[in-house]
Design a protein around this ligand. Structure first.
Ligand code: B4P
Length: 198
Protein backbone atom coordinates (compact mmCIF):
# COMPACT_ATOMS: atom_id res chain seq x y z
CA UNK A 1 0.00 0.00 0.00
CA UNK A 2 1.03 3.57 -0.62
CA UNK A 3 0.28 5.64 2.48
CA UNK A 4 1.45 9.24 2.24
CA UNK A 5 1.29 11.94 4.90
CA UNK A 6 1.16 15.35 3.19
CA UNK A 7 2.58 17.81 5.69
CA UNK A 8 2.96 21.56 6.03
CA UNK A 9 1.66 24.65 7.81
CA UNK A 10 -1.90 25.99 7.31
CA UNK A 11 -2.27 27.13 3.72
CA UNK A 12 0.81 25.24 2.47
CA UNK A 13 -1.30 23.64 -0.26
CA UNK A 14 -1.95 20.22 1.27
CA UNK A 15 -5.61 20.18 0.21
CA UNK A 16 -4.81 21.56 -3.24
CA UNK A 17 -2.12 18.97 -4.00
CA UNK A 18 -4.03 16.06 -2.40
CA UNK A 19 -6.82 16.52 -4.95
CA UNK A 20 -4.35 16.07 -7.79
CA UNK A 21 -2.47 13.17 -6.18
CA UNK A 22 -5.55 11.04 -5.48
CA UNK A 23 -6.46 11.13 -9.18
CA UNK A 24 -2.99 10.18 -10.38
CA UNK A 25 -2.29 7.41 -7.84
CA UNK A 26 -5.84 6.17 -7.16
CA UNK A 27 -5.56 6.88 -3.44
CA UNK A 28 -8.20 7.76 -0.87
CA UNK A 29 -8.04 11.32 0.44
CA UNK A 30 -8.46 11.67 4.19
CA UNK A 31 -8.51 15.31 5.30
CA UNK A 32 -9.31 15.84 8.98
CA UNK A 33 -10.11 19.50 8.18
CA UNK A 34 -12.74 18.39 5.62
CA UNK A 35 -14.12 15.70 7.95
CA UNK A 36 -14.47 18.23 10.77
CA UNK A 37 -16.11 20.80 8.48
CA UNK A 38 -18.69 18.19 7.39
CA UNK A 39 -19.45 17.40 11.05
CA UNK A 40 -19.99 21.16 11.57
CA UNK A 41 -22.24 21.39 8.50
CA UNK A 42 -24.28 18.41 9.76
CA UNK A 43 -24.65 20.10 13.17
CA UNK A 44 -23.45 17.04 15.15
CA UNK A 45 -22.32 17.32 18.79
CA UNK A 46 -18.75 16.63 17.65
CA UNK A 47 -19.07 19.37 15.02
CA UNK A 48 -20.34 21.93 17.51
CA UNK A 49 -17.45 21.21 19.86
CA UNK A 50 -14.89 21.29 17.02
CA UNK A 51 -16.26 24.58 15.64
CA UNK A 52 -15.47 26.47 18.86
CA UNK A 53 -11.82 25.38 18.63
CA UNK A 54 -11.40 25.77 14.87
CA UNK A 55 -12.92 29.26 14.87
CA UNK A 56 -10.22 30.23 17.36
CA UNK A 57 -7.37 28.71 15.35
CA UNK A 58 -6.88 25.88 17.87
CA UNK A 59 -6.41 22.16 17.31
CA UNK A 60 -9.25 19.71 18.00
CA UNK A 61 -8.46 17.01 20.66
CA UNK A 62 -6.31 14.10 19.45
CA UNK A 63 -8.82 11.34 20.33
CA UNK A 64 -11.52 13.03 18.21
CA UNK A 65 -9.45 13.15 15.03
CA UNK A 66 -7.86 9.72 15.57
CA UNK A 67 -11.37 8.24 15.94
CA UNK A 68 -12.54 9.87 12.71
CA UNK A 69 -9.52 8.57 10.77
CA UNK A 70 -9.91 5.09 12.23
CA UNK A 71 -13.49 4.89 10.96
CA UNK A 72 -12.45 5.97 7.47
CA UNK A 73 -9.51 3.53 7.25
CA UNK A 74 -11.79 0.67 8.33
CA UNK A 75 -14.43 1.70 5.78
CA UNK A 76 -11.86 1.23 2.98
CA UNK A 77 -10.17 -2.17 3.48
CA UNK A 78 -9.38 -2.61 -0.22
CA UNK A 79 -7.84 0.82 -0.86
CA UNK A 80 -4.61 1.06 -2.87
CA UNK A 81 -3.50 3.55 -0.22
CA UNK A 82 -4.33 6.79 1.55
CA UNK A 83 -3.26 10.41 1.48
CA UNK A 84 -3.43 11.83 4.97
CA UNK A 85 -3.95 15.59 4.62
CA UNK A 86 -3.71 17.74 7.76
CA UNK A 87 -3.26 14.63 9.89
CA UNK A 88 -1.32 13.76 12.04
CA UNK A 89 -0.91 17.25 13.54
CA UNK A 90 0.60 16.17 16.89
CA UNK A 91 3.04 13.44 17.94
CA UNK A 92 0.30 11.49 19.82
CA UNK A 93 -1.78 11.57 16.59
CA UNK A 94 1.23 10.17 14.69
CA UNK A 95 1.64 7.40 17.27
CA UNK A 96 -2.10 6.67 17.07
CA UNK A 97 -1.88 6.47 13.28
CA UNK A 98 1.10 4.09 13.39
CA UNK A 99 -0.81 1.79 15.73
CA UNK A 100 -3.98 1.94 13.65
CA UNK A 101 -2.14 1.13 10.41
CA UNK A 102 -0.16 -1.65 12.08
CA UNK A 103 -3.42 -3.21 13.33
CA UNK A 104 -4.62 -3.11 9.72
CA UNK A 105 -1.45 -4.76 8.37
CA UNK A 106 0.09 -1.67 6.79
CA UNK A 107 2.23 1.39 7.58
CA UNK A 108 3.11 4.94 6.53
CA UNK A 109 5.26 4.88 3.38
CA UNK A 110 6.48 8.46 3.65
CA UNK A 111 5.77 11.97 4.94
CA UNK A 112 6.24 14.69 2.32
CA UNK A 113 6.41 18.27 3.61
CA UNK A 114 5.53 21.38 1.59
CA UNK A 115 7.93 24.20 2.47
CA UNK A 116 6.26 27.64 2.52
CA UNK A 117 7.24 30.75 4.52
CA UNK A 118 4.89 32.53 6.96
CA UNK A 119 4.41 35.63 4.81
CA UNK A 120 3.18 33.58 1.82
CA UNK A 121 0.87 31.52 4.09
CA UNK A 122 -0.86 34.59 5.48
CA UNK A 123 -1.30 36.02 1.99
CA UNK A 124 -2.85 32.79 0.66
CA UNK A 125 -5.20 32.26 3.59
CA UNK A 126 -6.48 35.85 3.61
CA UNK A 127 -7.10 35.53 -0.12
CA UNK A 128 -9.00 32.26 0.38
CA UNK A 129 -10.96 33.93 3.20
CA UNK A 130 -12.45 36.38 0.69
CA UNK A 131 -14.32 33.54 -1.03
CA UNK A 132 -14.31 30.42 1.19
CA UNK A 133 -16.48 31.76 4.01
CA UNK A 134 -14.20 29.87 6.42
CA UNK A 135 -14.16 31.81 9.71
CA UNK A 136 -10.56 30.68 10.40
CA UNK A 137 -9.34 32.36 7.17
CA UNK A 138 -10.90 35.74 7.89
CA UNK A 139 -8.36 37.67 9.92
CA UNK A 140 -4.63 37.91 10.31
CA UNK A 141 -4.63 37.38 14.08
CA UNK A 142 -6.42 34.04 13.74
CA UNK A 143 -4.10 32.93 10.97
CA UNK A 144 -1.12 33.80 13.18
CA UNK A 145 -2.68 31.67 15.95
CA UNK A 146 -2.96 28.71 13.57
CA UNK A 147 0.67 29.12 12.51
CA UNK A 148 1.67 29.29 16.20
CA UNK A 149 -0.24 26.04 16.89
CA UNK A 150 1.60 24.53 13.94
CA UNK A 151 5.01 25.66 15.18
CA UNK A 152 4.53 24.38 18.74
CA UNK A 153 2.45 21.22 18.29
CA UNK A 154 2.68 20.12 14.66
CA UNK A 155 6.26 20.80 13.57
CA UNK A 156 7.65 18.03 15.89
CA UNK A 157 5.68 15.47 13.85
CA UNK A 158 8.27 15.93 11.06
CA UNK A 159 11.03 14.80 13.45
CA UNK A 160 8.90 11.81 14.42
CA UNK A 161 8.86 10.55 10.82
CA UNK A 162 12.47 11.64 10.17
CA UNK A 163 13.41 9.37 13.09
CA UNK A 164 11.84 6.49 11.15
CA UNK A 165 13.73 7.49 7.96
CA UNK A 166 10.41 8.42 6.29
CA UNK A 167 10.65 12.20 5.84
CA UNK A 168 11.25 14.28 2.74
CA UNK A 169 10.35 17.85 1.70
CA UNK A 170 9.58 19.74 -1.50
CA UNK A 171 9.42 23.46 -2.27
CA UNK A 172 5.80 24.63 -1.77
CA UNK A 173 6.11 28.06 -3.39
CA UNK A 174 5.62 28.34 -7.13
CA UNK A 175 3.16 27.11 -9.75
CA UNK A 176 0.71 24.47 -8.47
CA UNK A 177 1.60 22.19 -11.42
CA UNK A 178 5.37 22.43 -10.76
CA UNK A 179 4.86 21.57 -7.09
CA UNK A 180 2.68 18.63 -8.13
CA UNK A 181 5.45 17.34 -10.43
CA UNK A 182 7.98 17.58 -7.58
CA UNK A 183 5.62 15.55 -5.35
CA UNK A 184 5.11 12.94 -8.08
CA UNK A 185 8.87 12.57 -8.44
CA UNK A 186 9.16 11.71 -4.73
CA UNK A 187 6.22 9.30 -4.86
CA UNK A 188 7.44 7.56 -8.03
CA UNK A 189 10.83 6.92 -6.49
CA UNK A 190 9.11 5.58 -3.38
CA UNK A 191 7.01 3.23 -5.51
CA UNK A 192 10.13 2.00 -7.33
CA UNK A 193 11.74 1.17 -3.98
CA UNK A 194 8.56 -0.65 -2.89
CA UNK A 195 8.66 -2.70 -6.12
CA UNK A 196 12.34 -3.58 -5.64
CA UNK A 197 11.58 -4.91 -2.15
CA UNK A 198 8.86 -7.27 -3.47
P1 B4P B 1 -7.21 22.17 7.36
O1 B4P B 1 -8.51 22.03 6.71
O2 B4P B 1 -6.30 20.99 7.38
O3 B4P B 1 -6.63 23.33 6.50
P2 B4P B 1 -5.40 24.23 6.20
O4 B4P B 1 -4.23 23.83 7.02
O5 B4P B 1 -5.98 25.58 6.37
O6 B4P B 1 -5.03 24.18 4.67
P3 B4P B 1 -4.18 23.47 3.50
O7 B4P B 1 -2.72 23.35 3.73
O8 B4P B 1 -4.90 22.21 3.12
O9 B4P B 1 -4.26 24.54 2.37
P4 B4P B 1 -4.91 24.59 0.93
O10 B4P B 1 -4.41 23.55 -0.01
O11 B4P B 1 -6.38 24.63 1.10
O12 B4P B 1 -7.37 22.66 8.90
C1 B4P B 1 -8.33 23.58 9.39
C2 B4P B 1 -8.50 23.49 10.92
O13 B4P B 1 -9.10 22.20 11.28
C3 B4P B 1 -7.22 23.54 11.77
O14 B4P B 1 -6.80 24.86 12.03
C4 B4P B 1 -7.70 22.79 13.07
O15 B4P B 1 -8.45 23.65 13.92
C5 B4P B 1 -8.62 21.71 12.55
N1 B4P B 1 -7.93 20.42 12.33
C6 B4P B 1 -7.76 19.81 11.12
N2 B4P B 1 -7.07 18.66 11.26
C7 B4P B 1 -6.77 18.54 12.58
C8 B4P B 1 -6.03 17.55 13.32
N3 B4P B 1 -5.47 16.50 12.73
N4 B4P B 1 -5.90 17.74 14.66
C9 B4P B 1 -6.48 18.79 15.28
N5 B4P B 1 -7.18 19.75 14.63
C10 B4P B 1 -7.33 19.64 13.27
O16 B4P B 1 -4.36 25.96 0.38
C11 B4P B 1 -4.64 27.20 0.97
C12 B4P B 1 -4.84 28.28 -0.09
O17 B4P B 1 -3.65 28.48 -0.84
C13 B4P B 1 -5.92 27.94 -1.09
O18 B4P B 1 -6.71 29.06 -1.31
C14 B4P B 1 -5.17 27.53 -2.35
O19 B4P B 1 -5.87 27.84 -3.52
C15 B4P B 1 -3.90 28.37 -2.24
N6 B4P B 1 -2.74 27.72 -2.85
C16 B4P B 1 -2.42 26.41 -2.78
N7 B4P B 1 -1.26 26.17 -3.45
C17 B4P B 1 -0.83 27.39 -3.93
C18 B4P B 1 0.32 27.83 -4.70
N8 B4P B 1 1.27 26.98 -5.11
N9 B4P B 1 0.44 29.15 -4.97
C19 B4P B 1 -0.52 30.03 -4.56
N10 B4P B 1 -1.63 29.69 -3.85
C20 B4P B 1 -1.78 28.39 -3.54
Amino acid sequence: MLNIVLFGPPGAGKGTQSQKLIDKYNLIHLSTGDLLRSEIAAGTALGLEAKKLMDNGLLVPDEVVIGMIENKVKENPHAAGFIFDGFPRTVPQAQGLDKLLQDNGTEISCMIALKVDDEELTKRLLLRGQTSGRPDDQNEELIRKRVEEYNTKTRPVADYYAGQGKFCAVEGIGEIEDIFQALCKQIDSLKEKQEEKK
